[in-house]
Design a protein around this ligand. Structure first.
Ligand code: THU
Length: 132
């Protein structure tokens, strides 16, 4: 367990805006230079506009110019380590986040590779040779 990254995710979770689901999620992503960026889920009365913790963490890094990542940690108060939604997996694939640490508040961890979370991902290379 990357304890510092996990604790950052737990802290970020405390800021979750969750009036609809009441399900708080926290995420923290570590850049290759060591810096940590965090996110929580932010819901909306127009439910589909909700953004998950993982995407908010990744976007917090990208908007600071960070493009190279080492690992992302996601956490929630779940019986088993929480698993990211499909949309977040696609965003993780976009930025080639190599390792994802799925955790819960009990400190249980399941580490997975990006390819395990989203095999055969559609990516930039997948658009090569397409018709313009
Ligand atoms: N959620 C996340 O933030 N990350 C996940 O990995 C799963 C789902 C959020 C979206 C919504 O605010 C709430 O959890 C219930 O789906």
């Amino acid at each position: 367990m990357d304890q510092e990254l996990f604790e950052a995710a737990v802290r970020a979770r405390s800021h979750a805006y969750i009036p609809y689901s009441h399900f708080a999620v926290g995420a923290a992503v570590r850049a290759v230079d060591g810096r940590i960026f965090t996110g929580c889920n932010i819901e909306n009365s127009s439910y589909g506009l909700t953004v998950c913790a993982e995407r908010n963490a990744i976007f917090a890094a990208v908007k600071e110019g960070v493009r190279e990542f080492a690992m992302l940690c996601v956490t929630a108060d779940t019986p088993a380590p929480v698993s990211p939604c499909g949309a977040c997996r696609q965003v993780m694939a976009e930025f080639h986040i190599p390792v994802i640490s799925l955790t819960n508040l009990k400190g249980q961890e399941k580490r997975v590779k990006l390819e395990e979370l989203l095999p055969y991902a559609f990516d930039l290379e997948g658009q090569e040779n397409g018709q313009s």
